[in-house]
Design a protein around this ligand. Sequence first.
Ligand code: NAD
Length: 312
Amino acid sequence: NQKVVLVTGCSSGIGLALAVRIARDEKKRFMVYATMRNLAKGEALVEAAGRTLGRTLEIKQLDVCDENSIKACVNSLPMRRVDILISNAGMGIIGPIECQTIDEMKTVMDTNFFGLVRLMKEVLPDMKKRKSGHIVVISSVMGIQGILFNDIYAASKFAVEGFCESLAVQALRFNLNISLIEPGPVVTEFERKVYEEGLKIDLSKADKVTADMFQNIYLKNYSQIFESLGQTPEDIAEHTFKMITMENPPFRHQTNTLYTPMTTLKYADPNGDLPIETFYKMVFEHDKVFNASLNFLKLLRWRSRKSFTVEK
Ligand code: NAD
C-alpha cells in the first residue's frame, strides 16, 4: 500500500534531497519517482539514492516545459497513479528589468508557473476522480513578498501562489490537499547559478543609480544573506517530508523561522508600506540596520496556528 510520489527537478538541490529523504522512509511508505529534465545529469541523485534506487526510488525523465514529456512520464506509472505530486523544478533570475529580455523573463514564467500548470493539468483530473491526493509546491517567501531585483522571480512565485490558492477551494470539494512550502534562502546550485548570471548582466542599459544599486549593494550582500539566513536542501526536505506525512497539512508553510518576521510585516500593515520601507532601510542603511535586523530576527519566533517545527 505504498503511496506514489512524483517529484520534479531532482538532479540537484531541494528536489534531490527531497526524493532521497522520502525514498529513505524507514517504514517504506512511499514509492518515489524522481524526475529530471536531462537524465544525463542523474549522477548525483544515483549516488545519493544508494540502495533505495530500484527499490523505493526510480528515476524518470520529465521536462516541466514540455507537455509531451509530462504526459509520457505520468503514462508510464502504474495506473497513472500519483498520490503526492511535488512540484519543485524552478529557476531564478535577478537584475534590473531594463537589462533583461522578455524572452528571458518568459523562460522563468514558463518554468516556475506554467511548469506547475502543466503538471496540474495532467495529474489533477485523476486525483479528483479518486478523491484523494496531495499537491505540494515548492514556492518561496518571494511568493508572498517581493524582494529588490527579484521582480520577475517574485512575480512567477506570486503567480504560483494565486493559482494554488484559487484551486485549493475547489480541492476541498474533492478531499484533496494543496500545500505551499515557502523557503527563504537555501544554499543550492540555484544560489550559485543566479549569482553567476547576475555577474554577467550587461548593466549598460540601466541608469547609473540602478546599476550601482545592483552591483555595489545587491550583489555585494547576496552571499551574506545566504550565509546568515540560508538553510540546507536537507532542511527543506525534512519540512516537506513532515508536510506529506502529517494528518492535516496546512496550505502554507514557511520553513525558516529567521525569515518569518519579514513576511509578518506584510500582514502587520494593510497599506503595504511597512515591508517596503523596512526593506529600503535594510538595503540603504545596510551596515547600521542590517546587522541589527538580523539580530532582531534571531530573537523573534513567529508561529502560525498550524505551523510546525522540524527537529534537527
Ligand atoms: P536547483 O537549481 O538546485 O534546482 C532546480 C532544479 O529544477 C534543477 O535540478 C533544474 O535542473 C530543474 N529544472 C529547471 N528547469 C526545469 C525544467 N524545465 N524541467 C525539469 N526540471 C527543471 O535549485 P533549488 O534551490 O533546489 O530549487 C528548487 C526549487 O526551490 C525552485 O522551485 C526554487 O524556486 C525553490 N526555492 C529555492 C530557494 C533557494 O534559495 N535556493 C528558495 C526558495 C525557493
